[in-house]
Design a protein around this ligand. Structure first.
Ligand SMILES: [Zn+2]
Ligand SMILES: [Zn+2]
Length: 215
């Protein structure tokens, strides 16, 4: 049985299956990291949006009226659409505001658990609220969509803030497929294979190195 995140092919480990997780630990760890990075990402988004507003920059020669700040930034940091629909099966990430993506999941989780809603509806408060519910969420059939939607939202943010974590190559063969495609991303405790998609803890890589040395 593999992790249900669409970008992940990691086989679930025994302890993950025992705790009824459908998402693997590496995916959960990354999701936590994304949510924890929201305050810093928003700071940059808002700063950038204000600078563009003050500078009046932007492309010249366009026929459309100048916008105060980049439209993509405004979309991301704008308020959630009124009456946000809980739509875990849709794919409305595109230009959906961060608050909209986060609050639709907050509403769904709060209703299903049940749990009390966060007092404030800011992006930071919504992200903060979701973090302790990730473990429970990873046992739900929609957890793959939660992962994918948060990932889509983060990619949209990274496209503007350029605060995407850096990735560097690890010069060891992948324990599973033997290719030299392992890499490690800042803040990620797992090393991932770009070819087969498997992710490893440092312990798992060390065990593999020992096995190879002993072979
Ligand atoms: Zn996974
Ligand atoms: Zn591999």
């Amino acid at each position: 049985m593999t992790c249900i995140a669409s970008t992940c092919t990691r086989e679930l480990r025994d302890h993950e299956i025992a705790s009824a997780q459908l998402l693997c630990d590496p995916c959960l760890h990354r999701m936590r990291g994304w949510l924890q990075s929201i305050p810093a990402q928003l700071f940059v988004l808002r700063e950038g949006s204000m600078q563009r507003e003050v500078g009046g920059g932007g492309r010249t020669g366009t026929r459309t009226a100048p916008l105060p700040g980049r439209l993509d930034t405004l979309n991301l940091v704008g308020p959630a659409a009124a009456g946000t629909v809980v739509d875990p099966h849709g794919d409305q990430t595109g230009d959906m505001p961060i608050a909209g993506v986060l609050s639709s999941w907050v509403l769904l989780i709060a209703e299903e658990r049940p749990a009390r809603l966060p007092q404030r509806q800011t992006e930071e408060a919504l992200a903060d609220w979701l973090i302790p519910h990730l473990g429970w969420s990873s046992q739900q059939p929609w957890s793959g969509e939660l992962h994918d939607e948060l990932h889509g939202m983060m990619r949209a943010i990274w496209g503007i803030t350029a605060l995407q974590p850096r990735t560097r190559a690890i010069s060891r063969p992948c324990p599973r497929c033997d290719r030299l495609e392992l890499s490690r991303t800042d803040g990620d405790q797992y090393t991932r294979c770009g070819f087969c998609g498997t992710s490893y803890t440092t312990q798992e890589l060390n065990d593999d190195a020992e096995r190879r040395a002993a072979a």
